[in-house]
Structures are given as C-alpha cells and as structure tokens.
Design a protein around this ligand. Structure first.
Ligand code: PGA
Length: 252
C-alpha cells in the first residue's frame, strides 16, 4: 500500500436488522479498537444507521449510507436526503453501486448530481464504478470506466476530487465468488487513477481507490498488498464480525 490512508468498508446491502447490527458491532468494535491507520466504514440499511452511529461514537469506525437523493428536500416519496443523513451523524454514502444501477435504474446523470449533493452535506461519497463481464470480454473496460468516472464526477471541481473515494467493482465479481485477480484489480484501478490524473495530478495522488467484488478473508491480503489498491468495499464477507475484522487487519 501507499501513503494514502486505506479504507475498508462493509456494504451490508439489505442485511441486518437494528438488533443484528448492534450484535455485530458489539463483537466487532473491540477487535478493531487499536486499528488507527485504516479508515473503517460500515454501511448498514437506513433504519440501522442511527443505532450504528451511536454505538460507534467513541470509536474510529465511521457509518455510511448506501444511497441518497440528490435534492435536499421535496416531493420524492420514499427517498432520503443528504442533510437528513448528516443530521444523524452519518459521514459518508455509497453511490452508483451496480445493484442500484441495475435494479433501480440509477443513471450517471443522477450520480452527477448525487456526488456533489453528498459533499455539500459533508458526506464522503464512495462512488462505485465497474464493467460487466461482456464489456470486459469486448475489451471495453477502459471505455466504461472513463464514461462512468467522467460523467459521475462532472459536478465536482478538481480541487475536491480527492474527497471522493472510488470503488472499482467489476460487476462480474460482485457476489459471484469470482474475485478479480490482484493484477486485474490493479490494472483497472491504475486506469481510474489516470482518468483522475487527467484532471488533477494532485487528486490522482491522494484519491483513495478501493477494490470490491467477492473480497474474502482469504484473498484480502493479496489484493490489499498492491500499491494501487487503497482498500476494499466488502459485501458478503462483511456480514460476519470476526471475518470482517480479519479483513481490516489484512489492510494494516
Ligand atoms: P461482495 O459485494 O463482496 O458480496 O461481492 C461487494 C459489493 O457489492 O460491494
């Protein structure tokens, strides 16, 4: 790893009730109490956010949401705004996850508004990008990453790019058990870093770019040992407190 502070984030997706989230944190927090050199982020469902924020208040663990609406308020039934998340002590938000792009029709246009809305409310965006299997097979990975990074970050001025965390999540690796090899992950993350570098060399040097997609306790150290890979966004393997604590430790 590099001079950049690594980020290890747990994307719980639609898992864990408040009671289950509390049980996880009761077990997990003591295991990472002495971890100071890694940013640990947990992304529970909306309803468990506040309980998680309260349990993590005296710790270095930060809580992020899994989505946010781009407007601050309005007639958008079922949606939650960035100021609402900020009010309860949430400090970040996952944006553009492939499940949201695929199942909930999240577009790059919407993301171009959501990323600045998050930053305006002091929420750190964790922006997910990545190609599908057929795009990779068609050699279109670089084009897809360019289109997503250019469009999704269009509303962010160069001087604030480094406040965003990017997660490279190849769609074919999410929840499939088919992890990208460290070489594949590093190559794609290098592409993303040079896309940022075309806008700001300084931002490219300091922005954290994570890998996500079937990260496990077994493969984490191999991925996190690479200079370009600044951490991981972990889905399935983050649901177990002992396993996720081991992944955090692998980032040290
Ligand atoms: P996975 O999910 O680790 O279960 O593949 C990763 C993600 O969707 O962020």
């Amino acid at each position: 790893m590099s001079h950049r502070t690594p980020v290890i984030a747990a994307n719980w997706k639609m898992h864990k009730t408040i009671e289950e989230a509390e049980a996880f944190l009761g077990d997990f927090l003591p295991q990472v109490a002495d971890v100071s050199e890694t940013e640990i982020v947990i992304c529970p469902s909306y309803v468990a956010l506040q309980a998680a924020v309260e349990l993590c208040a005296q710790t270095r663990v930060r809580i992020a949401a899994q989505n946010v609406h781009e407007e601050t308020e309005g007639a958008f039934t079922g949606e939650v705004s960035a100021p609402m998340l900020e009010e309860i002590g949430v400090s970040g938000v996952v944006l553009g996850h492939s499940e949201r792009r695929t199942y909930f029709a999240e577009t790059d246009d919407a993301l171009a508004r959501k990323v600045p809305a998050a930053l305006a409310a002091r929420l750190r965006p964790i922006l997910c990008v990545g190609e599908t299997e057929s795009q990779r097979e068609a050699d279109a990975t670089e084009d897809v990453l360019r289109r997503q990074v250019d469009a999704d970050l269009a509303g962010i001025e160069d001087g604030r790019l480094a406040e965003v965390v990017i997660a490279y999540e190849p769609v074919w690796a999410i929840g499939t058990g088919k992890t990208a090899t460290p070489d594949q992950a590093e190559e794609a993350i290098g592409m993303i870093r040079s896309l940022i570098g075309a806008r700001s060399a300084e931002a490219a040097d300091s922005i954290r770019i994570l890998y996500g997609g079937s990260v496990t306790t077994e493969n984490a150290a191999g991925l996190l040992g690479r200079a370009q890979i600044d951490g991981a966004l972990v889905g399935g393997a983050s649901l177990d407190s002992d396993g996720f604590a081991r992944i955090v430790t692998a980032a040290r």
